[in-house]
Design a protein around this ligand. Structure first.
Ligand code: FMN
Length: 206
């Protein structure tokens, strides 16, 4: 079975720095034989979490919109690439709004205990964070990492790697960055090759 890679673009700016970096990663994954899908949050119809806590009583979200459909896809893919530019030292509103809607999964894990990911499942599901930022400051991505860690933990992915490029203001765009697009392409190839190998090894008789 081929490896499925889902890319989620959290940038409101179509085909900007961050989505371009995500595309390069997905292209690399595709050349290695993965089945890829890209979802652009800006084009979806979903509301922020209401904080109604109905999911704490049922394990289901009462708001039946595109966020629920996307969480279904997240739970089915082998590799999840989440992309967001840095907006005001963190992730975009589009991405944070989506991540918050995963509260029903938190309820299933910690209240109902109906959702559980084995260590082997987590090892075989890789999550990558893809981001760009304007500033030339090494710590500019730090504010984004906790929410990305939370969604990978909540959906059963090992937080495998980051593909991040800062200093976009000076480079005047990701296409002028000396290494980022190539790095993203190669990381797409490498993670799919690794997951394929893990799948083959698991299918071998002991
Ligand atoms: C509303 C807004 C807030 C931003 N905040 C930051 C910031 O806090 N730090 C930073 O380094 N860059 C910041 N930037 C710059 C973007 O992170 C940068 O231009 C990025 O590459 C844009 O990616 P995109 O083309 O995918 O939108 C901000 C840009 C916008 C539009």
């Amino acid at each position: 079975m081929s490896i499925s890679v889902l890319g989620i673009s959290g940038s409101p700016h179509r085909h900007g720095n961050t989505e371009t970096l995500l595309d390069s990663f997905l292209d690399g994954a595709k050349t290695t034989g993965a089945e890829i899908e890209k979802v652009v949050l800006k084009d979806l119809d979903y509301a922020p979490c209401r904080g109604c806590n109905a999911c704490h009583k049922s394990g289901e979200c009462v708001v039946r919109d595109d966020a629920i459909v996307l969480f279904d896809k997240v739970l089915k893919c082998d590799c999840l690439a989440i992309a967001s530019p840095i907006y005001t030292m963190g992730i975009t509103a589009e991405l944070k709004g989506f991540i918050d809607r995963g509260q029903f999964l938190w309820a299933r894990k910690f209240i109902f205990k109906t959702l559980y990911f084995t260590d082997d499942h987590i090892r075989r599901h890789k999550g990558l964070f893809i981001s760009t930022a304007g500033q030339n400051w090494d710590h500019v991505f730090d504010g984004a990492f906790p929410a990305i860690t939370a969604i990978f933990n909540g959906t059963g992915f090992e937080y495998y790697d980051n593909i991040i490029a800062n200093n976009m203001d000076e480079y005047k765009g990701i296409r002028n960055h000396p290494t980022a697009l190539k790095e993203a392409f190669e990381k797409g190839q490498n993670v799919v090759a690794l997951l394929e190998k893990m799948q083959k090894d698991a299918a071998q008789p002991a």
